[in-house]
Design a protein. Sequence first.
Lengths: 131, 83
Amino acid sequence: MAIDPSSSEESAIDRWDRLHEILASQERRMIIYSLMDVPKERRIPLPDAAMTPESSWDQQRTSTRLRHHHLPKLVDAGYIRWESDPFCVQRGPRFAEVETMFDLIHDSISQFPKSLITGCEIYEKLYHDDR
Amino acid sequence: MTGDDIVFDVINAIAESDGIEPSEVDFNLSDHINPEALEKLGEVQGGVWELAFRVSDHHVRLNHDGTIFIDGRRYEADSVVQE
């Protein structure tokens, strides 16, 4: 599925809706975070890239959820590409949308209310590093 | 039924009915039904509901107590309960 970022049929409002929809899952957020940590074209292994510090770790359940729910949704938004064998993920043509959003969160982490930090290990670590 | 795992439960039941592993199914659930809708249904507390849809060449029916029927055969928590 090829998406040309320059000729979008979706409005900016549609893209914002989609961005927020994508962010409404810890496993999808974790995949985005994992991809931000590696060079642009790098493929990284799944399901590891979706594993969160909080997640209970059942490889078969997680892999099934990723294949049938989260990965198709991320592809549809243009944020990733993935392959089944070997099971891996890399950045998609519109990755910059989520990357920019996450960069902003990182840069402003100390300004977020504690209710969005406490209990979320990734943000807790960032928050304390920032203080 | 626990929201996020409803997708796994459905795929697992279909795989069992075909005698294969969940990783071996040759279709994608999201091509047939919005997985988000399944998860939202799975999160409903105390409701009574039943949902039926087609996936590939299977008829899938599931309800609020976690029972899944594939082509009329009943599955529950990883195994066939009755014919």
